[in-house]
Design a binder for this molecule. Sequence first.
Ligand code: CP
Length: 331
Amino acid sequence: MAAPDPKNTLIEPDLQLAANGGLRHLLTLDGLPRGLISDILDDAERYLAPAGALPVRSGALAGRTVGNLFFEPSTRTRASFDLAGRRLGADVLNLDVNTSSRKKGESILDTIYTLEAMAVDIMVVRDASSGVPAYIAQHVADHVSVMNAGEADVSHPTQGLLDLLTIRQHKGDIAELTVAIVGDIRHSRVARSAAEGLRALGVRELRLVSPPSLAPDPDNVNGAVILDDLDEGLDGADVVMALRIQRERIGNLEGTPGVEEYFSRYGVSRARMRRAKPDAIVMHPGPMNRGIEIESELADSPQSVITRQVTNGVAVRMAVLERVHRTLHGG
Ligand code: CP
């Protein structure tokens, strides 16, 4: 029998939640209850240490094994899942995809079953094809959880959670905020997950700002304001999130401005930020194209919370790893 096509895998509403409502897998923020999102953010706060102090550790995952399976490049997400697992006391396996048997044509499911047979309890998966994390979640054993660590242009839920945590820390109640996400919205899993999380927490206004060629599907924006004028998008904003131009997904998209034109029209800079509120924060998920979607000096300025996002990424990943473990094994 031919293997099912991951692209045709839909996320059933109850696939990521256990019967008792606990987090079983983390596949998407879409449809995740507001209370559960807030609880994860609260848990993450407890995994943050004061600047300069040793990282917070726990033995919550002692004896368990976390497997990192990144079939696309990553620095932040992979390193932070690695550190998160170790700081919770787990063994962490970082599969080197380039030298793995996937290169010899082994299927994704055979790879998963092989790791299951080595007692990997939590599979952290990044893949360029949509549907892969849910497809794996449908096939793993009952005691195994799956974390979506970045799925095509569809979803990046732990990035969404760390963005929510960062916004909440700096700006308070998300229901009071105007958030502008700027750049390559069409190809951005970061924008999708941020929008899902912000909506779940009742954001006052969400603006999606991009050149028309990189705008989202208008049938799929759930009340966000779509703009192609950066100044309009930044006007009075509390939070400005610049996105990376996804060169690997864009190809030669007709109508996309060249680099210099892009920066002059859509680059977030100190001068353009004068349109936002004086205490607005600037975010970027990384990796940055300095001088293209964000001015280098702004990225390094006091308005920038980009390194804070990275720090929060480890704490959020500790919180979700610990939570799926608790759902399956108690404690
Ligand atoms: N933000 C993010 O996903 O970065 P990496 O690709 O480095 O993991």
